[in-house]
Design a protein around this ligand. Structure first.
Ligand SMILES: *Cc1c(COP(=O)(O)O)cnc(C)c1O
Ligand SMILES: [Zn+2]
Length: 412
């Protein structure tokens, strides 16, 4: 059953059929999915959602597919953790982390968008999947292509972490590393799309893909007991996730599933690639593209496709944007691991570090409820930790040596 009427231009409102198109041919605005909310309202309630599967598909009527999901049936419904220790360290009474570092099957929030995009690609009859990726999308598209039995050809910038590269190749994908930044890769993909009839999950089927991210927002609201938090801190690359969390909260409100939306949405970036937070801090609605230079490679997009809407989301919600340097990114990763036992990748270090900064600035207050978005897994970005720790001393396998070693290293 489909609740999708078609696509619609976000800027001029012109309607389009359900096709693999993403740009308005009149005004070049981005297209988005146009839902039949009256029909959704008839079938959706808190109970219908709670009775659904423990995955993102408990929100099936809000997803832009026509039939049943074809892949990623176990994706989503990740833990929302009450982070008491981290809250104490940061001086917050009510802190949560929404933990997509354990998302199924490739340990990042990208599994949500890809489950939708690949289902859509199958519905549209494509036999090959493709994407321009900063790493996590590559992993997820490759895994879901394998699950679906489809071919995949994936494009990444040169110089990604080995976890992202091997974590793509393992699924049998064709992987192309491009000498350039993500933005060069994306441009190349748009050219390849003109000659190859492939489903580029974040290009020609982007309108459908993006709505997979809404499930992350629905889950936050449901897991908090059908309400939204005072603050949400979101790592930003192309600005899809940040705009879709806001969309999700507002859809829930419009359908009466929650009473109100009072959340402030905050954008988090690494200073080495901060076109969105820089614009926010400058009071501008326009993105000035940058050349990325940061260890937070998964969110290093210098010319974000939805950057304008990301900025608007922070503004409308009363939020803000901040960025931190690479040293602070690693500090953020360590702080989350040491306080909560959660090992996130560089993007998660960005969100934790930016949250700390926003608290210091007084933009997030101690008695407010705050959700930090943890979107990826630390085992994929081990390179970021190189030189951070003293490697273990090797001892002979006898008690005497252990005791000598232990007593000389334990502070009295
Ligand atoms: C892609 C990605 C993001 C941000 O995604 P956008 O929707 O493009 O802003 C955040 N965190 C991680 C780990 C990612 O891989
Ligand atoms: Zn238009």
């Amino acid at each position: 059953m489909s609740f999708v009427k078609g696509l619609r231009c976000k800027e001029c409102g012109k309607g389009y059929e359900k096709l693999p198109v993403h740009v308005c041919e009149y005004c070049f605005g981005p297209l988005e999915v146009d839902y039949d909310y009256e029909a959704i309202q008839k079938v959706v309630s808190r109970k219908s959602i709670q009775d659904g599967p423990p995955s993102m598909w408990r929100y099936r009527p809000f997803m832009p597919i026509d039939g049943d999901p074809k892949v990623g049936l176990n994706t989503g419904y990740t833990p929302l953790i009450r982070a008491k220790n981290l809250g104490k360290a940061l001086g917050l009474k009510e802190l949560y982390i929404k933990n997509d570092s354990v998302n199924h099957p490739t340990f990042s929030f990208k599994d949500r968008v890809v489950a939708v995009a690949v289902t859509k690609a199958i519905e549209m009859g494509f036999d090959t999947l493709s994407c321009a990726s900063t790493g996590n999308l590559a992993n997820s598209v490759a895994a879901h292509a394998a699950e679906a039995g489809l071919k995949s050809c994936i494009f990444i910038p040169d110089g990604l972490e080995s976890g992202k590269i091997l974590g793509t190749l393992i699924y049998g994908s064709k992987l192309i590393a491009v000498n350039g930044s993500y933005d060069d890769v994306n441009r190349l993909c748009s050219e390849v799309a003109a000659t190859h009839n492939w489903a580029f999950v974040n290009i020609n089927i982007r309108p459908y893909y993006g709505d997979g991210s809404k499930s992350y927002g629905y889950e936050i609201a449901e897991q908090l007991g059908w309400k939204t938090p005072d603050n949400v801190v979101v790592p930003v690359a192309g600005s899809s996730l940040i705009t879709k969390i806001w969309r999700a909260f507002n859809e829930f409100k419009d359908l009466g599933l929650i009473d109100k939306v009072t959340s402030k949405i905050f954008a988090a970036q690494a200073t080495g690639c901060s076109p969105v937070t820089t614009a926010i801090k400058n009071g501008s609605e326009m993105i000035t593209p940058v050349k990325p230079n940061t260890i937070a490679k998964s969110i290093a997009i210098g010319n974000p496709a939805d950057g304008y809407y990301g900025i608007k989301t922070t503004k409308i919600s009363g939020g803000w944007g901040e960025d931190i340097n690479d040293e602070e990114v690693v500090e953020g990763m360590r702080l989350l691991a040491e306080t909560e036992g959660v090992f996130t990748e560089t993007a998660g270090g960005v969100t934790v570090g930016v949250t700390k900064k926003l608290i210091e600035q007084g933009r997030i207050k101690p008695d407010e409820s705050t959700v930090i978005c943890i979107t990826g897994n630390g085992l994929k970005t081990l390179e970021a930790l190189e030189g951070q720790f003293e490697m273990p001393t090797v001892i002979q396998p006898n008690l005497k040596e252990f005791e000598e070693h232990y007593s000389s290293h334990v502070a009295v």
